[in-house]
Design a protein around this ligand. Structure first.
Ligand code: MEV
Length: 417
């Protein structure tokens, strides 16, 4: 029987019970559970970056209800922000009623840039294109494993940028990186090809580095939510919210921040490079015109809500920090077989996160959702113990007065002081 990520009441379970559900869903073993509970060791952390003195912890929650291309997923999200995991799960539940997300992605092709400064850029461009095969060959020699797996440099393009006597030639190596994020492979290849490019053009190569504007590595997701699920007014509100972002860059920025709340949380959980993904997403948002929302929302003929997202998603399921033991467990939980599948899941998460935000913002606002957790924090600040937090927090929310001084009074009443 296919597994279902529609786990109702997941949020009401204890941490132990949640782990049990995740274990069942993702077939985790005893070692995986041990890793989940212990987290990254200091020894491992010390090998990941320099000058380590400790680790910083970020809460990791599981978003439920996701269905992408007919497959069910539960999704680990690492974030310090309250409501993000609940919002993604709620939106995924709504999308599920319309048949889930449809998603697709291009081949995992990253761009490596080589900056060449030369007296005659036009002439250099011709020379580089004439020697294209040899340049590609030199780059591919540096990563026979990637090439044997079907990856490696697939094409080379040349651009001339800058003006007057500051013009320069920019060579793009188009590298299929398979299941890696790809930065290491791409940078190595760009560095390997550079001396030959200098030799044939007589110019000087400066930078040899990946571009995070990964226009060749695009993921898309789409969903249709029937009108009966949301109602006409809510749909109108969501479409209006999108229209606002589409015409106003101040709103577009926040709209996209909401999209990235979801995408960054999964990127971080899986040991991928959050800054690379964010740089790519935001630059892509202004790639064709002025800065735009990464999603679109409209109504179809039947009045159903149609949402779409399209963005570069350079994430890997293998290599680099995705190999750290905690990230390995997260990859097992998601169960994506390839990096392209992971990118499709991420696109769906981004769309869900945005749907949840627009739905809340265009109706009751987002503050009520934040209040429950906020109230718990205030109760703890007032000195509530484990058995008192829930009661004090609930009262604070009921009274719509979430303040430490009131929490202290409630605590005294509760204790009969
Ligand atoms: C908050 O982290 C994210 C939102 O501001 C996104 C949005 O406004 O669309 C709620």
């Amino acid at each position: 029987m296919d597994k279902s990520s529609r786990i109702s009441g997941f949020y009401k379970l204890s941490v132990e019970e949640r782990i049990k559900k995740v274990r069942e869903f993702s077939d985790l073993g005893n070692d995986d559970i041990k890793t989940l509970k212990e987290g990254l060791s200091l020894e491992y952390a010390d090998r990941m970056i320099e000058n380590v003195i400790c680790k910083i912890s970020v809460p990791l929650g599981i978003a439920t209800n996701f269905q992408v291309n007919g497959k069910d997923y539960i999704i680990p999200m690492a974030t310090e922000e309250a409501s993000v995991v609940a919002a993604a799960s709620n939106a995924a539940r709504l999308v599920r009623e319309g048949g889930g997300f449809e998603a697709s992605s291009t081949e995992p092709v990253m761009i490596g840039q080589i900056q060449l400064v030369v007296d005659d850029p036009d002439d250099a461009q011709d020379i580089i294109l004439e020697n294209k095969k040899q340049i590609i060959g030199l780059a591919n020699e540096r990563d026979p494993t990637l090439v044997s797996l079907g990856g490696g440099v697939k094409d080379l393009k040349v651009r001339i940028v800058g003006s007057d006597d500051r013009r320069m030639v920019i060579i793009h190596l188009l590298v299929n990186v398979q299941d890696a994020m790809g930065a290491n492979a791409v940078n190595t290849m760009a560095e390997a090809a550079a001396p030959f490019i200098e030799e044939i053009t007589g110019g000087k190569v400066y930078l040899r580095i990946i571009s995070n504007l990964a226009t060749e590595r695009i993921a898309r997701a789409r969903c249709v939510i029937p009108q009966r699920v949301l109602g006409e007014d809510v749909i109108e509100g969501i479409v209006r919210a999108y229209e606002f972002a589409a015409v106003d860059i101040f709103r577009a920025s926040t709209h996209n921040k909401g999209v990235m709340n979801g995408i960054t949380a999964v990127t971080l959980a899986t040991g991928n490079d959050t800054r690379a993904v964010e740089a790519g997403a935001h630059t892509y948002a202004s790639f064709e015109s002025e800065y735009r929302p990464l999603t679109t929302w409209s109504k179809n003929k039947e009045g159903d809500l149609v949402g779409e997202i399209k963005l570069p998603l350079a994430v890997g399921t293998f290599g680099g920090a995705t190999m750290n033991p905690v990230a390995r467990v997260m990859h097992k939980i998601i169960g994506a077989k390839k990096a392209s599948e992971l990118s499709e899941v991420l696109a769906a998460v981004g769309l869900a996160q945005n749907l949840a935000a627009l739905k809340a913002l265009s109706s009751e606002g987002i503050q009520r959702g934040h209040m429950a957790l906020h109230a718990k924090n205030i109760a703890v600040m007032a000195g509530a113990g484990e058995n008192e937090v829930e009661k004090v927090a609930q009262k604070l929310v009921e009274e719509k007065n979430i303040r430490v001084d009131r929490a202290k009074e409630l605590l005294e009443e509760l204790r009969g002081e």
